[in-house]
Design a protein. Structure first.
Length: 501
């Protein structure tokens, strides 16, 4: 009540009621117009004026406020009806008419405001769902999706002291495992790291697949485990993909929180949306696992072929070249044409040997395994110099070895970028910058070639035939990193990869 009396609208409505009452009692009764046929007296008009503060109260304070103002207006009009009016019956009829019209006005205003609230609620629900959609679309990393989505859900609930946790079913579908939490203690993470399906509130929701709300969680017999001792309510929402339950989002809300029907629908929609996001993230994780396994198998096969080329084919060519050398110095006379043919064969063997060595180096340079990424990059830059392209390699930070997987992926990305420069860019100069930072490594390859129009989406690279760039993107993602390509026609190309180490 104190809050209402401090508002401007309260005093405006009060002033309107007081003014209407003063006007009602301070003026003599007379016809509004000097016509005997005009039916309304001045007091009838003044009674009609009482509708204005009633309508104002209904707009400012809702249906209850309008009815309270109507009651005050009736109390203000009744003394005139029974004690002062020369025509009490007419005055009573006029008063009843004003009351009926005022009630209809209050009812119409309430209907309008209710529709307005429903529209606003629908807009808020759409905004909430859109905010969650944006949150889950910013990443395909499952943990990032869950933490970002949980934070957004708590934000849109806009309830003080709201906390939350997300549990996902394990592969066997028997236990819920904690994957994300907001506002909850470390004790909670220890005690409720796993919840068997069917136990406690979350486990029952995982089994039933239905939204569950419990107003007093601590006194509910189904609530068998909880690390939060303060009184609170629970809203448990299943994360569903189709008919399958993938997990549960458990919201810890104040004990006085009471959801309305729209809240139930909103939470169910959010659960379905998060379920789709979880399924997509799991599919992406599986895809990344298979891609990583395929990539490792490819690299193992490259390594094997490179070793066989170096140990078998190259050695056989060297042995053949030596035998030819021995034949030429054996003392046995050879014709001039025979000497010439022998020299041609030796030259052919030498070129084949160089090609085999180059092919072996491209498949898997031994310097990468023996000395590391930086010497291997220096070798790539030397090859570019041999092909007539001016190069520069800049190393920022302390030179150090990285894990074999990181070094291999970064080497392949730079190798593909330089191959693109050599084959397509028509560049005369390329600069490679390696920045070794604490916890991260970034490599940038910049050329002054002809450039190209970069598609807006990575997926469009496939349709445009730029599969090498697609492979570079995928390799960067295998390490949890990012790859960006900036280019324009006639302005060269910049390829930048940034990965955590």
């Amino acid at each position: 009540m104190k809050g209402i009396t401090r508002t401007r609208h309260f005093w405006i409505v009060t002033a309107m009621l007081a003014f209407s009452a003063c006007l009602h009692y301070s003026t003599p009764q007379a016809r509004l117009l000097a016509l005997s046929s005009f039916p309304l007296t001045r007091h009838a008009v003044e009674r009609i004026i009482f509708i204005l503060p009633v309508a104002g109260a209904a707009f400012a304070f809702g249906q209850v406020g309008g009815l309270v103002a109507l009651g005050i207006a009736v109390l203000a009009m009744l003394p005139r009806v029974f004690f002062l009016s020369p025509s009490p019956m007419d005055a009573l009829i006029e008063t009843v008419g004003v009351v009926v019209v005022s009630y209809l006005v209050v009812w119409m205003i309430e209907v309008q405001e209710r529709e307005k609230r429903l529209r606003q609620k629908a807009i808020e629900e759409l905004e909430t769902i859109n905010a969650i959609a944006v949150a889950v679309s910013q990443s395909l990393d499952l943990d990032a999706i869950l933490n970002r989505s949980l934070a957004k859900v708590l934000e849109v609930i806009d309830v003080l002291e709201a906390k939350g946790a997300i549990f996902l079913l394990d592969t066997g579908g028997r236990k819920l495992r904690l994957r994300a939490k907001q506002g909850l203690s470390s004790t909670f993470a220890e005690q409720e790291a796993e919840i068997p399906v069917g136990e406690c509130l979350c486990g029952q929701v995982a089994r039933s697949g239905e939204v569950l709300f419990v107003g007093d969680a601590l006194s509910d017999p189904r609530h068998t485990s909880c690390a939060e001792s303060e009184p609170h309510s629970h809203m448990c929402v299943p994360l569903k993909f189709g008919d399958r339950v993938l997990g549960v989002i458990n919201l810890y809300l104040p004990a006085k929180y009471q959801p309305v029907l729209e809240d139930w629908r909103l939470f169910a929609s959010l659960g379905n949306q998060l379920g789709v996001a979880v399924e997509n993230a799991r599919l992406y994780e599986n895809m990344r696992f298979y891609v990583r396994q395929i990539t490792r198998a490819q690299e193992d096969e490259r390594k094997r072929i490179a070793r066989e080329l170096h140990d078998d084919t190259a050695q056989a060519l060297i042995d053949l070249s030596r035998r030819l050398d021995a034949l030429s110095v054996s003392g046995e006379p050879l014709s001039e044409s025979g000497v010439q043919r022998l020299a041609e064969v030796q030259g052919l063997i030498e070129r084949i040997l160089q090609g085999v060595r180059r092919f072996s180096r491209d498949l898997r340079p031994s310097v990468l395994d023996d000395l590391g990424l930086l010497p291997a990059l220096e070798g790539l830059m030397a090859e570019m110099e041999e092909k007539g392209v001016e190069t520069e390699l800049k190393i920022l930070g302390d030179r150090r070895r990285l894990s074999p997987e990181v070094e291999l992926v970064l080497f392949r990305i730079v190798q593909e970028a330089l191959n693109n420069v050599r084959r397509h860019a028509g560049a005369s100069r390329v600069v490679t910058v390696v920045a070794l930072e604490e916890g991260r490594v970034s490599i940038t390859v910049v050329d002054n070639g002809q450039g190209f129009a970069v598609p807006d989406r990575t997926g469009d690279l496939v349709t445009t035939g730029k599969l090498g760039l697609v492979g570079m993107h995928e390799r960067a993602r295998l390490l949890g990193g990012t790859l960006t390509v900036q280019s324009a026609l006639g302005e060269g190309t910049t390829v930048a990869v940034n990965v955590p180490v």
